[in-house]
Design a protein. Sequence first.
Length: 277
Amino acid sequence: MKARRRFAPVCVAVLASLVALTPARAQWPDLDGEVEVLDLTHSFDASAVYWPTAEPFRLEVVSEGMTDSGWYAAKSFCAAEHGGTHLDAPVHFAEGRRAADEIPVEDLIGGVVVVDVAAAAAADPDFLIGVGELDAWETAHGPIPPRAIVLLRTGWGDRWPDRERYLGTAARGVDAVRDLHFPGLSEEGARWLAERGIRAVGIDTASIDRGQSTDFRAHRILAAADIPIFENVAALDRVRIRGAWVVALPMKIAGGTGGPLRIVALQPRSLPAGADE
């Protein structure tokens, strides 16, 4: 606890310096006081969920043990760009748009709103988050600020890493894709967000498009607008509906269509998780 209290002012100071360099600074949340830091990243290991056509995450020991000069350990890993908690760069679904290394850092750090549709998704694994849900959020909580990061909570994060419950199937390979069932963002919802000029959008499922999608319209609309996408985001039930920050830093892969992502939220301790500002 003491270490966390010492860390909080540092977080605030660093974030404040970023705000000073960012347009529309008044729209960034106030993080004065003690700050809670939440890790929204699933660990990368053999159980991490990847798309049925992708190879699973692999970690291999290169060296691990005592040497003449003392302990030495090193490992190598192999991972698809799109698996586990990860970034979809716009170029993933839009030719000529930004690759992973071309996304400005300021587009990966920002104030957050959480749109919670977990109850509806629990009743329908193919649920689509549409304009109705986004309008309802604004009716309840006020306008989504320009350049916000929008995180969509479907409740699917609670199913990780059970592949069958999380994806709808535990099978692998091309034929397994037709059996995917999980919620996502509708075409109209994606267009609504793109028109609002959001900074980035994330979701706690394997794809911003629902599992049964065949044309990936949400991906295409957001990518065409150069909006980064975060997928397989963890612990969204712990993030405030608004008033938190997110820092989402992917591996900087030159020309990459995405990559592993470490994403964290920072929010005041003065209100409980899930509360409004």
